[in-house]
Design a binder for this molecule. Structure first.
Ligand code: AMP
Ligand code: ZN
Ligand code: ZN
Length: 453
């Protein structure tokens, strides 16, 4: 570009006009230049103008999209707590919220873990109904874990109907640059475009990948697109929700959104696409020195068939005849609330469903619940246990667990602040925008209709 500008300037100078940047400006002497020199200078300028336009086109050219159908881009920022927008002052998200909708917060489902909540957002079902009842799930005589690729890609684990299946069953196309559940054929269906999850794929590449799907001809272009970024969850766990490191991670997430919005602008569709930014849950500060130990109260080998552990929720499967004993013993354990399945508070929507353990223990915020062996294993790699860290998975009534919701586009009001609502509502919002008939779900559009135009 600089060369083109330079050439143009040279052309102007040669044409006898005053060159402002030149040390020795050449003035036009009236009557001194011939018709010939004028004509040749004009030709030269015309040629250079064409070169300039072509070069500028090469730099700025982006085919504008003029045949966009109602489109949703659902962006998940893992562990982006509801208050990070203000606490960390994230400009792109603030701008979307100012000109769109923002919820005071969005209420995650219990347990406030990554897999259950992403799949709730995708299906509108509570975990008790969609089957991903925790990051670890017991069924088919085996344990599902989020790191087990084969199980994550096995459709048997994923119940209900995620939005990408709803869209494709009703004749639209879906695409996923990562989203929990998108790698498994649910009802035998994958999004038309999808990727095996790999957290090392650079986030900017994910954004550009989504933009390239929008550049497809209308017949191949997806209308329902999901994306996923884990920066704030990674930093939140390692440094806690109040750390400068977590602020940088939130600003990274914000940059990815800015990159996406800029890409939409250059295509002329920034105000035509509906962007919904969500998180799966928040993040609470944890002091790793504050722990309760399950094996101080029961004999894990003798009393249980298995325990599916996380620091914040433990699923306990007592041996036959030991349910009451284990339950009574665990009532003595501090910094956790243990319930029998069927007696879990209704507000948690966590009693139905074959996969919920006979006893569920939910950890108090700020603490961890584990066993002595697991604790020793955890602490052996931690030289500075006094430093705060972060966790989630607790009861969804904790303010620290609340999630973010920001939405922008033709379907959404401008500058609207919504009352807190449950994340089971997102599925119906997306169906409404795309003109899809929703599958049976736990949400009700009446809870969120006020945010829609
Ligand atoms: P959590 O243990 O609940 O904090 O889980 C967060 C982690 O889930 C992230 O760090 C990701 O590595 C992982 N994750 C997110 N999406 C997927 C996916 N689609 N498949 C496998 N792992 C994922
Ligand atoms: Zn998460
Ligand atoms: Zn996490």
């Amino acid at each position: 570009m600089r060369n083109v500008v330079g050439l143009l300037r040279a052309a102007f100078c040669n044409a006898g006009r005053e060159c402002k940047r030149s040390k020795n400006p050449v003035a036009i002497a009236p009557g001194s230049d011939t018709m010939q020199t004028r004509a040749s200078a004009f030709r030269r300028m015309a040629v250079l103008f064409v070169v300039f336009v072509a070069a500028a086109g090469g730099v700025f050219a982006q085919k504008r999209i003029i045949d966009l159908k109602p489109t949703v881009i659902l962006i998940s920022l893992d562990g982006f707590r509801y208050d990070y927008i203000d606490k960390f002052d994230t400009p792109a998200l603030k701008q979307l919220a100012r000109t769109g909708v923002r919820a005071k917060w969005m209420i995650p489902s219990f347990p406030t873990k990554t897999f259950p909540n992403h799949y709730t957002i995708a299906t509108g079902l509570y975990p008790e109904h969609h089957g991903i009842v925790d990051n670890n799930v017991w069924d088919f005589g085996t344990t599902f874990t989020i790191g087990d690729r084969t199980k994550v890609q096995d459709g048997r684990w994923w119940l209900g109907e995620p939005i990408w299946v709803t869209a494709q069953e009703q004749g639209q196309l879906a695409a996923s640059y990562f989203f929990v559940g998108s790698e498994a054929p649910v009802k035998g269906i994958h999004p038309k475009y999808w990727r095996t999850y790999n957290g090392r794929v650079p986030p900017q590449m994910r954004v550009d990948g989504v933009l390239s799907w929008l550049d497809l001809p209308v017949k191949e272009r997806p209308t329902m697109i999901t994306m996923y970024f884990s920066d704030t969850d990674d930093a939140g766990h390692e440094f806690g929700p109040d750390a400068a490191e977590t602020r940088y991670a939130a600003l990274n997430d914000d940059d990815y959104i800015a990159r996406l919005v800029n890409g939409l602008k250059t295509r002329g569709i920034a105000d035509k696409v509906n962007i919904i930014v969500v998180s799966d849950h928040g993040m609470a500060a944890v002091d790793l020195r504050k722990a309760s130990f399950i094996d101080d109260y029961i004999d894990i080998k003798l009393d249980t068939n298995r325990i599916l552990y996380t620091n914040e929720i433990n699923q306990i499967f007592p041996k036959e005849g030991k349910l009451d004993y284990v339950f009574t013993q665990l009532q003595k354990m501090p910094h956790a609330t243990c319930w029998k399945k069927g007696e879990i508070p209704e507000r948690l929507h966590y009693n139905d469903g074959a996969r919920i353990a006979p006893i569920v223990c939910s950890t108090e915020v700020g603490y961890i619940v584990t066993t002595h062996a697991r604790y020793a294993n955890l602490m052996k790699d931690i030289p500075d246990p006094e430093r705060p860290r972060g966790g989630h998975g607790h009861d969804n009534r904790y303010q620290e667990m609340q999630a973010v919701f920001v939405a922008h586009g033709p379907a959404f009001k401008r500058g609207f602040v919504a009352k807190p609502f449950s994340n089971v509502e997102v599925y119906n919002i997306m169906c409404k925008i795309l003109g899809l008939k929703p599958a049976p779900n736990d949400g009700d559009l009446k809870h969120v209709r006020a945010m829609l135009r």
